[in-house]
Ligand binder design. Structure first.
Ligand SMILES: Cc1cc2nc3c(=O)[nH]c(=O)nc-3n(C[C@H](O)[C@H](O)[C@H](O)COP(=O)(O)OP(=O)(O)OC[C@H]3O[C@@H](n4cnc5c(N)ncnc54)[C@H](O)[C@@H]3O)c2cc1C
Length: 415
């Protein structure tokens, strides 16, 4: 066969662009097709824009309690257009940076839709591109269910909320996965009345049970209305939307965000073609997508049971590995401590949360952190777990003071 490229990639999100950049480092010839914007959901409609808006929301929230740390700020208010404009600028800057990296490294980017023809051929703009290997990394889209279809005016997807022009007085959020939880925190911090509706027994059902309970406590303290163990029958759109629940109750709000997961378009798998990222519907996280890309291109394997999850906001929530509810009683050890026991948390006015580590036979099998800087803390524990460093061995490490990491050190002594 006459190959034009070593690698053809469809989709320019974290999975696709990581594969492209790593393949070029190895000297392979690469063509990448992106039908929309380079960077995919993560950069344009996911991780980055939400965290940019989150930063504004949290900053505003912190200002509200500024007096308690001796700082006097008067008349703080939110200018949502400026918040969105800043978010747009961040996204654009990063997108341009990424496009430049791809160009400089010699990846041919074709801004067009591409379709897989066979295991070595991709068709785009009626042209055939033949590659030794093909990677499909076409990602996912917001999902909805019958009766709660997006109208993009009042019933919104996670894409729609990124470009709101004004804050609603109230919002109902259907689903308490990472996206629902993060937006609940953003809206509540901006002073919007938030109601969150979850089908499962607990908020953030993918998390450890203690984490879920802690989030519930935090949400209650922020006056977020919580509806658990209840499904949505349908949503009536209007100036005031009505979210009709299957227990007969109705939640009213100006806007509704439906955050009930992400769907992938149906596709027929072709043997020999690699499918990575959200399209696999395994773990729909950007770092999982890029690790899959590196695994394929560089052959660097990774343990899929040790993938960290982070939910952003104040405080952050992060975890990996086994949850307590996954383990048989008596088969594991658990140690935890409250973040309020750490001097640093008082200095930072951020005493909410805990660090919990689970072990079996002196092996760390899971960790669950609710704390400022949880996203960094989880990585420290994960590196130990991934490398089989036992809790005993980890005690030999000297942790700096005053830090949140000291909490990890303390927790080790309870295992
Ligand atoms: C609101 C929100 C917040 C999130 N926050 C986080 C977070 O904090 N951390 C985290 O790890 N993950 C987060 N995610 C998830 C993360 O964005 C995804 O896991 C990640 O983007 C998946 O990468 P991907 O490359 O598989 O697919 P995508 O990023 O979806 O990229 C796929 C690309 O393929 C293109 N494409 C599709 N079909 C074709 C075709 N036929 N031809 C050409 N191009 C095509 C699409 O236009 C798209 O650009 C978040 C998601 C959302 C929605």
């Amino acid at each position: 066969m006459n190959y034009q490229y070593d690698l053809c990639i469809v989709g320019g999100g974290p999975a696709g662009y990581t594969a492209a950049l790593h393949a070029r480092r190895k000297g392979l010839s690469v063509v990448l097709f992106e039908k929309s914007e380079i960077g995919g959901v993560c950069l344009n409609r996911g991780c980055i824009p939400t965290k940019a808006i989150m930063h504004s929301a949290e900053f505003f929230d912190e200002i509200k309690s500024a007096a308690s740390i001796g700082v006097c700020i008067k008349d703080a208010e939110v200018n949502l257009s400026a918040v969105i404009e800043r978010k747009n600028q961040i996204v654009e800057k990063l997108r341009k940076g990424l496009a430049l990296s791809l160009k400089n490294s010699g990846v041919l980017v074709i801004n067009a839709e591409a379709k897989l023809k066979d295991k070595n051929t991709v068709v785009s703009n009626n042209e055939e591109f033949v590659g030794k290997k093909i990677i499909i990394a076409t990602g996912s889209e917001p999902r909805t269910f019958k009766g709660m279809e997006f109208d993009h005016k009042n019933i919104l997807s996670s894409d729609d909320v990124l470009n709101m022009t004004e804050l609603p007085r109230s919002i109902a959020i259907v689903g308490s996965g990472a996206i629902g939880i993060e937006w609940a925190r953003i809206f509540a911090a901006f002073g919007v009345e938030v109601s969150i509706i979850e089908l499962a027994e607990n908020l953030l059902p993918v998390a450890d049970i203690e984490v879920s309970k802690r989030i519930e406590r935090i949400f209650k303290s922020k006056k977020i209305n919580i509806y658990k163990s209840v499904g949505v029958e349908n949503i009536q759109s209007g100036d005031i939307c009505k979210v009709n629940l299957n227990n007969g109750e109705t939640v009213e709000a100006e806007k509704v965000l439906v955050a009930v997961g992400r769907k992938v378009l149906n596709y027929d798998k072709i043997d020999g073609v690699e499918y990575i990222g959200d399209i696999c519907a395994e773990i729909q996280l950007a770092h999982y997508a890029s690790k899959q890309a590196i695994e394929i291109v560089d052959g660097i394997k990774f343990d899929k049971t040790l993938v960290p999850s982070v939910v952003y906001g104040n405080p952050e929530i992060a975890w990996f590995g086994k949850r307590e509810q996954d383990l048989e009683e008596g088969s594991y050890k658990k140690s935890n401590m409250l973040i309020s026991a750490l001097g640093k948390s008082h200095c930072d006015n951020s005493t909410e949360g805990f660090i919990k580590i689970l072990s079996q036979d002196d092996k760390i099998v899971g960790a669950h952190v609710v704390s400022k800087e949880a996203s960094a803390l989880i990585q420290e524990i994960l590196i130990a777990a991934q490398n089989g460093i036992s809790a005993e061995k980890l005690k030999e490490v000297c942790f700096a003071h005053p830090t949140y990491s000291e909490g990890i050190f303390e927790v080790l002594f309870g295992l």
